[in-house]
Ligand binder design. Structure first.
Ligand code: ADP
Ligand code: ADP
Length: 225
């Protein structure tokens, strides 16, 4: 499970076309990047997969099921944003437990799952801290843990390292890559950073002015015919 198919997605804001006839198939377990400059339609595309935006036309399929009009919380997709979006008044453990609470998972199971996923992202020792007591990299790990905790088959990441300094970016890049290998989830990763896309992805979809111009393995990306 975890296959995604986008069919002819179209999204306009007023008279401007943000996403123009985007089609893409992502295999279960694949790590694919949407790479392109600011304004090229990457986030809008991802938000239509997540369900935070509705396309004007086109379809989103998850494992052959049409989820185009399903609300976000019913899509079983983990979403990670650039600005972490943690709840400031909650501890790390409470933040991570939140999606399970919303799904009314039993308390003992919540504890076990929160502990396991915090260990996975190397935050086992910081479960009782609050977000403001942590570094940016640690906060982003909490956001990753929160997206992983209900075990969705797909993770959507929107410039997750964008707010971090260069050294930390490179470190977390490696961690996300390792995580991908360990958990085997499908990952769709939005970035404007070419190095990042090339280093992390199985395939890169290059976006420009709302369209996908090319989809290739990293080593094929700039090879001329
Ligand atoms: P990217 O993620 O590649 O930076 P976006 O998907 O955010 O690109 O934006 C694509 C285009 O759609 C841009 O021209 C942007 O200004 C426009 N856009 C995105 N979201 C909105 C919105 N909520 N209202 C109006 N225009 C938007
Ligand atoms: P509180 O004790 O007020 O519930 P906590 O931050 O200690 O606040 O815990 C919030 C939830 O997260 C708890 O209900 C528990 O299920 C889980 N939790 C708390 N601490 C841990 C921990 N160290 N490891 C795993 N899960 C934890």
């Amino acid at each position: 499970t975890g296959g995604i198919a986008l069919h002819n997605l179209q999204k306009r804001y007023g008279s401007a076309t943000a996403v123009d006839d985007v089609s893409l198939s992502v295999s279960p377990g694949e790590f694919i990047s949407l790479l392109g400059p600011s304004g090229s339609g990457k986030t809008t595309t991802l938000m239509m997969v997540a369900g935070f935006e509705l396309p004007d036309s086109g379809r989103v399929l998850l494992d052959d099921r049409d989820i185009t009009r399903l609300p976000p919380h019913r899509r079983e997709l983990g979403v990670i944003f650039q600005n972490y979006a943690l709840f400031p008044h909650m501890t790390v453990a409470e933040n991570v437990a939140y999606p399970l609470r919303m799904r009314r998972v039993a308390k003992a199971e919540v504890e076990a799952r929160v502990r396991r996923v915090l260990d996975q992202v190397h935050l086992g020792a910081l479960a009782s801290r609050r977000p403001h007591q942590m570094s940016g990299g640690q906060q982003q790990r909490v956001a990753i843990a929160r997206a992983l905790v209900f075990d969705p088959p797909v993770l959507l990441l929107d410039e997750p390292l964008g707010a971090l300094d260069k050294k930390l970016r490179e470190h977390l890049r490696g961690e996300i890559k390792t995580l991908h290998k360990e958990v085997g989830k499908t990952m769709i990763y939005v970035t404007h950073d070419q190095d990042e896309a090339l280093a992390m992805s199985d395939r890169v979809a290059v976006m420009h002015e709302g369209r996908i111009r090319q989809v290739s393995a990293p080593q094929e990306l700039y090879r001329r015919p």
